[in-house]
Write a protein that binds this ligand. Sequence first.
Ligand code: ACO
Length: 416
Amino acid sequence: MSVNEINDKIREAAKVAAQYHTDNVGAPAATRLEWPVAVSVNKGLEGAIACETKIGYVDGVNGRLVYRGHDSFELSEHSNFEETSYLLLYGKMPNAAEYKAFDEKLKGYRKLPHEIYDALKLGAVKTAHPMTSLYITTGMLGALDQKSEDVSWQNQEEIAIRLISRISTLVGEIARLRKGLEPVEPDLSLGHAANLVYMMTGSKPDEATTKLMDIALILHADHGMNASTFTAMVANSSLSDMYSSVVAGITSLKGSLHGGANEKVLYDLEEIGTPDKAEEWFKKAREEKRKVMGFGHRVYKAYDPRARIFGPLVEFMARRNPEINNLYSIAKKLDAIICEQFGKEKKIFPNVDFYSGLIYRGMGIETAMFTPIFAASRISGWTARILEYLKENRLFRPRAVYTGETKAEYIPIDKR
Ligand code: ACO
């Protein structure tokens, strides 16, 4: 077939399409859209409803967060990450036997395939931002799983549990390798939160530190149709596999308008230096129209309940750690200034990312690892919502209002 013949075929197809267009003039508006269309578009899909869910609810007016009907304050007090993950996945609290079986499964998956260590030691993986290292190695977990392409619900459910377990191990190993330390085997005698702290810091945490990490993992586990959850669900709605969809979630969480804010908050607090400089720093940020990291939220127009829990816990930590004490004093000052100046007028309050990093810093964890810890928790929400949607899957496919030219003519390059 010559190029001329190929072009003849294209012209013939264009004629058929033009005829179809003419024949279709009487079609109802829903099937025949003429651009531009008159619709109101909320930037960033604000207020758009993507699906129904029974997993979790964010009451932005009253500052309340609920997983499967359970209030986040209640879960923080009584639950742990394993139990909360079960709740998100299966819609009910596990009984003792169910908890034991789930916990054993998580522990059984904790160790990583040995090939992952080779990847983690590669220069670029070791020196990249840890969120980049995390999505590379999460993708590798998929590559190493011979059944990753089986997108049946049962297989994806099993992968979900494996990922809930292994993302934490990956985070622990990434933290160690970044510091030039040898990888450490996960400790199967420890609970999920304690093992994460152990792997990241090299020492087994006491009861209070374990509880603090459990609270952090519980509070970050799910949060409505946030950007990373939606991204992961969109990826999975094309019947991509769980690993690929989780990689998509990690890439979205990385950004500073979302999970990446917890890292940036610490840099801001360090830049401010002392509490007496907070006012001046904020004035300058306003003049420069800079977003203050850890403040504001698309859904919460009240104080984020997660920040309500983290704030006083940082205070508790600050009492035994002078570095945290100074950073906490700066944070408290900034919190008060912004709530006073922006709270009433713009409904801008601290969000989850404002105080969480100080908890991790108090545990001796490197700032760049804060967002990976977020991922080690949000994996439960991502997978629970992916599995819920997969039961009655339909491809996510919104439209955009086209505002460009519609009748542009192709002019050969020598005539332009
Ligand atoms: N600092 C200063 N001003 C802010 C902030 C902030 N942190 N957040 C919102 N505003 C202002 C905006 O400048 C804008 O003001 P204007 O109407 O005068 O132009 C108004 O509030 C609305 O802001 P948007 O960015 O349109 O609100 P949106 O709902 O799109 O954004 C977001 C929510 C992205 C979280 C925003 O508040 C923000 O950028 N915060 C800082 C980053 C951050 O902390 N992200 C973590 C969020 S929680 C999470 O994802 C885990």
